[in-house]
Design a protein around this ligand. Structure first.
Ligand SMILES: [Zn+2]
Length: 157
């Protein structure tokens, strides 16, 4: 019995990253990530957005909300560069950047900054979402320096 159990474990590919454990509130967010879509909750009463997921508006406490596609664009609010393997499963990723992104819609979320040398990461840089498939049906969001051109007059660099 134990032999077959270890065979099963060995047959499952080890993800390069920690796999999210969705809650009832965050399940729609992770389902959207698997489709490579970034969604956040928007209140139908006051119109504002929030993150992380919760079962009511973080501004007016209304329980009337909708999961809404986000622009996927924002700017880097702050960040740190990890050069030590505090999480052993991420040792191969070193050095990597963990940042807080402020989305155009307003909410901030913790994420990785990718496709950019850690020494070139700057607070305030314009960034956009990308998705990495890490396991069957599981994708993680990350942000990279913005490549998408904005139309003139939006104030984007
Ligand atoms: Zn509200």
């Amino acid at each position: 019995m134990s032999a077959s159990a270890s065979e099963t474990v060995a047959a499952v590919a080890r993800p390069l990253r920690t796999v999210p454990q969705p809650t009832a509130e965050s399940q729609p967010f992770w389902d959207a990530c698997a489709r490579h879509e970034l969604v956040i909750q928007r209140c139908n009463s006051c119109g504002r957005f929030w993150f992380p997921p919760s079962n009511r508006c973080q501004h007016c406490w209304s329980e009337n909300f909708a999961w809404t596609p986000a622009s996927g664009s924002g700017e880097l609010y702050t960040f740190t560069v990890f050069r030590r393997a505090y999480a052993p499963e991420l040792a191969e990723q070193l050095p990597y950047v963990v940042g807080i992104v402020e989305l155009e819609e307003g909410p901030r979320l913790i994420t990785n900054v990718v496709d950019c040398e850690p020494d070139n990461v700057r607070v305030g840089m314009l960034i956009e979402v990308v998705f990495h498939d890490i396991a069957e049906g599981v994708s993680l969001h990350a942000f990279r320096p913005r490549r998408t051109r904005k139309t003139p007059g939006t104030g984007a660099a």
